[in-house]
Design a protein around this ligand. Structure first.
Ligand SMILES: Nc1ncnc2c1ncn2[C@@H]1O[C@H](COP(=O)(O)OP(=O)(O)OP(=O)(O)O)[C@@H](O)[C@H]1O
Length: 230
């Protein structure tokens, strides 16, 4: 008996769901009736012109902007104070200029492990070097002053911190735009892991080609772009 393709597709749980979300600030609507779903393991990307609302989607999910209408869910839970704690626990947000928050790179990578929640998971020196190597970063960087680290390196160090913390959901804002080809390939290889879910903002055609779901933003509105990149 023939089996339909839908029957062969495992049901992937939704991690992030926006349903008819509208976000406004005084005198301006930033997002208008935005709906989309990101499932476990998706590599999703928002593209569109500068100022179209892509970063606003990520900021809204992080609770940084007020939702006027619609519902946002994370792992099936509507966005509220408790869900924001859940989002922070599972999610790494890597902006265009991440703040490393320490003097040296070594201190910056270990910073979260000074807090009670992660104290038991302190990574070994070998683990630190392994994660850096996966992202195409030299172990010599560990001794470097954070003030002297480039923008692209800062983003990969923020990614390294997410991986060390075992984060499974990554909100990425233009993480490959400042990278050379080898560094980009290293980042793509990390996110090929089906256990990692990605919602990203990007203009880089190489990144778009690696994503499995793509939405176009224009003036705060979102529409799906179908493609056959996978
Ligand atoms: N808190 C805010 N108050 C007022 N306007 C805002 C606020 N946040 C964002 N905007 C405006 O909303 C629009 C969308 O901004 P957003 O940063 O989401 O754009 P983007 O698509 O990510 O652009 P880029 O590709 O340049 O980063 C811009 O016009 C921006 O100035």
């Amino acid at each position: 008996m023939a089996t339909s393709p839908a029957a062969l597709t495992p049901l992937m749980p939704a991690i992030i769901r926006f349903s008819h979300v509208t976000v406004s600030v005084p005198d301006k609507t930033l997002l208008h009736d935005v709906s989309f779903t990101v499932n476990t393991g998706d590599k999703a990307v928002l593209c569109g012109k500068s100022g179209s609302g892509k970063s606003t989607v990520l900021k809204t999910l992080l609770g940084l902007l007020p939702v006027q209408e619609g519902v946002i869910e994370f792992q099936g839970q509507p966005l509220n104070v408790a869900t924001l704690a859940l989002i922070r626990r599972h999610t790494a947000y890597i902006g265009q200029e991440p703040v490393l928050g320490a003097e040296t790179v070594h201190e910056a990578l270990l910073l979260p492990f000074r807090f009670k929640a992660h104290r038991d998971a302190l990574p070994s020196p070998a683990r630190l070097e392994e994660v850096l190597a996966r992202l195409g970063l030299s172990p010599a960087l560990l001794a470097q002053d954070c003030a002297r680290v480039s923008g692209g390196e800062k983003q990969r160090l923020a990614l390294a911190r997410g991986l060390l913390l075992g984060k499974s959901v990554y909100l990425l804002d233009e993480v490959t735009s400042a990278l050379d080809e080898d560094s980009k390939q290293a980042v793509f290889a990390v996110f090929a892991d089906p256990a990692l879910t990605v919602l990203s903002v990007a203009h880089d055609p190489d990144w778009l080609a690696c994503c499995t779901k793509m939405w176009q933003m224009a003036d705060g509105c979102l529409s799906e772009v179908s493609h056959e990149y996978a």
